[in-house]
Design a protein around this ligand. Structure first.
Ligand code: AMP
Ligand code: MG
Length: 488
């Protein structure tokens, strides 16, 4: 039985060759309850479903008309090595909707059981990692970083075996697309140019329709490649500026829409540790905070190679150069604004880098430093200065900073802080507190944080005065250093 159609859902991935996907019947989750329904997002997207319909869809029991669950085939480089055996192993693409602006959104059900690409996995998701993905979508979105988000989250009483027994969960994620760099890598390996073109055409039509006006095919594909790389560069500059560590930047976790995608053991920096590794399984630090911009470039080079049948080598080189140029520009702007530089200039790059090194050496909190920095030339400047250790290096820094901001308009500077310096950060220990509560059956913290995360730059007074005000402060030493692995 399907629901009546208030929201016009459809599934257009099945128009592509059937080797691109497998039809899948999701393993419905027994004894499910809906933990959260993201009504704000559903309203934005024009998804009109009752809570009961959302529960049935998220638990894989019943889908609205127009949706058709499929698992996508892709491959990718994991920790630097090509893996030909990837694909949706624990999730299905349900289909798409168009929002009121004509933007297409994919709906993807995660944790829905085994698919032909599950290999040895059980195809299931656990509550812990489901809650983490659920929260981070809202957090990054509100920080102005492109990301997938989720519309609903369910749990059940079914146990799932990981390092220990855990609770099964399913959730629905929305994204501009679920096409990954790895989709193109897979087709390049197959060597079927026609199919590569079909995928490129699909991405252009559904994600970058403005490119359809380019009449010449190879120019169109070259622009597609350049656009993907530009968006990826801008995304990673955004991550760096908010101290976000993705954790598993494998090419199968990179979206061609330039959205933050497929979260693993992500983390926001607490102490400004430049080489921080958030993923306990990443023993070499391949995806350390400091490595993310280079790995983004490495991933783009892999994508460039996968486009080699569609565009010439100059086009690949020019797209790569665009990545570097965009990253540098965006990083300078985003970081410069955090320092209150109304017009960041090239030389600020050195000042920014030196500051991060000094913060690292001094074990200072990445976010709190900038929150206090806005007091620098206010009556409360001593609150900022007393946060810094007494040292020659910091005295020199204060001197240099004073010189750099001399003559800047105070009001435009404070306006910048409001846009660039978040106060509410989904620190790992906070995410863990929320998970612990949800596991115990208390969804209040989840519901509260889903709202609080939407206002990171100016938490309202009730938040500041509430018993949760301590969440705005840097974590205590016990709250830092939570070790998270790839297990999800
Ligand atoms: P990830 O590390 O989440 O990006 O996953 C890498 C690959 O492993 C993807 O193809 C996933 O679909 C697959 N995978 C991860 N966990 C599971 C699981 N529990 N069951 C089946 N496949 C999984
Ligand atoms: Mg993945």
């Amino acid at each position: 039985m399907t629901h009546t159609n208030r929201t016009p859902f459809f599934q257009n991935y099945t128009a592509l060759p059937n080797s691109f996907y497998s039809k899948v019947i999701p393993e419905a989750m027994q004894n499910s309850s809906l933990l959260h329904h993201n009504k704000t997002l559903c309203d934005e997207l024009g998804i009109e479903l009752s809570e009961h319909e959302i529960l049935e869809m998220t638990s894989g029991q019943n889908f609205p008309q127009g949706l058709e669950p499929i698992a996508q085939k892709y491959t990718g480089h994991q920790f630097g090595y090509y893996n030909p055996d990837l694909g949706d192993g624990r999730g299905v693409l349900l289909g798409q909707i168009l929002d009121k602006d004509g933007q297409q959104w994919d709906l993807h059900l995660k944790g829905s059981g085994r698919t032909p690409y599950s290999r040895r996995g059980d195809g299931r998701a656990v509550l812990r990692s489901a809650v983490r993905e659920y929260l981070i979508g809202e957090a990054l979105h509100a920080l102005g970083i492109p990301t997938t988000r989720c519309i609903s989250l369910c749990r059940s009483s079914e146990p799932v075996m990981r390092e220990q027994m855990e609770t099964r969960a399913t959730y629905i994620r929305v994204a501009k697309t679920h096409i990954r760099f790895g989709h193109f890598e897979w087709l390049a390996q197959q060597g079927d140019i026609e199919q590569q073109k079909q995928l490129a055409n699909y991405v252009i039509k559904t994600v970058y329709p403005h490119l359809l006006t380019i009449p010449d095919e190879s120019t169109r594909y070259a622009e597609l490649l350049k656009t993907i790389m530009t968006n990826t560069a801008s995304l990673i500059a955004g991550w760096q500026s908010v101290g976000f560590c993705h954790g598993v930047m494998n090419t199968d976790n990179m979206s061609v829409a330039g959205e933050t995608f497929d979260f693993g053991p992500y983390a926001f920096l607490d102490d400004c540790k430049i080489h921080y590794i958030c993923n306990h399984s990443d023993t070499e630090g391949r995806y350390a905070y400091s490595q993310q911009p280079n790995i983004g470039l490495w991933n783009c080079q892999v994508l460039g190679q996968a486009f080699a049948n569609l565009v010439d080598s100059c086009a690949i080189e020019s797209a790569i150069n665009k990545y570097i140029e965009t990253f540098n520009q965006q990083y300078l702007l985003r970081m410069g604004y955090k320092f209150g530089f109304t017009v960041p200039i090239e030389e600020d790059k050195h000042f920014i880098a030196d500051t991060l090194i000094l913060l690292d050496k001094s074990n200072l909190d990445f976010h709190h430093f900038f929150v206090l920095l806005k007091l620098f030339d206010s009556d409360n400047h001593s609150d900022f200065e007393s946060y810094l250790p007494q040292s020659k290096a910091w005295n020199i820094w204060l001197e240099n900073y004073r010189k750099r901001i001399a003559g800047q308009n105070h009001e435009s500077k404070s306006n910048l802080y409001k846009l660039a310096v978040p106060q509410v950060i989904l620190r790992n220990y906070i995410a863990q507190d929320i998970i612990d509560a949800v596991v115990q059956g208390d969804t209040n913290p989840l519901h509260n944080w889903m709202l609080w995360l939407l206002e990171p730059f100016g938490p309202d007074k009730t938040f500041k005065k509430s018993s949760h005000a301590h969440y705005l402060k840097p974590p205590t030493s016990c709250q830092k250093g939570l070790a998270l692995s790839c297990s999800s």
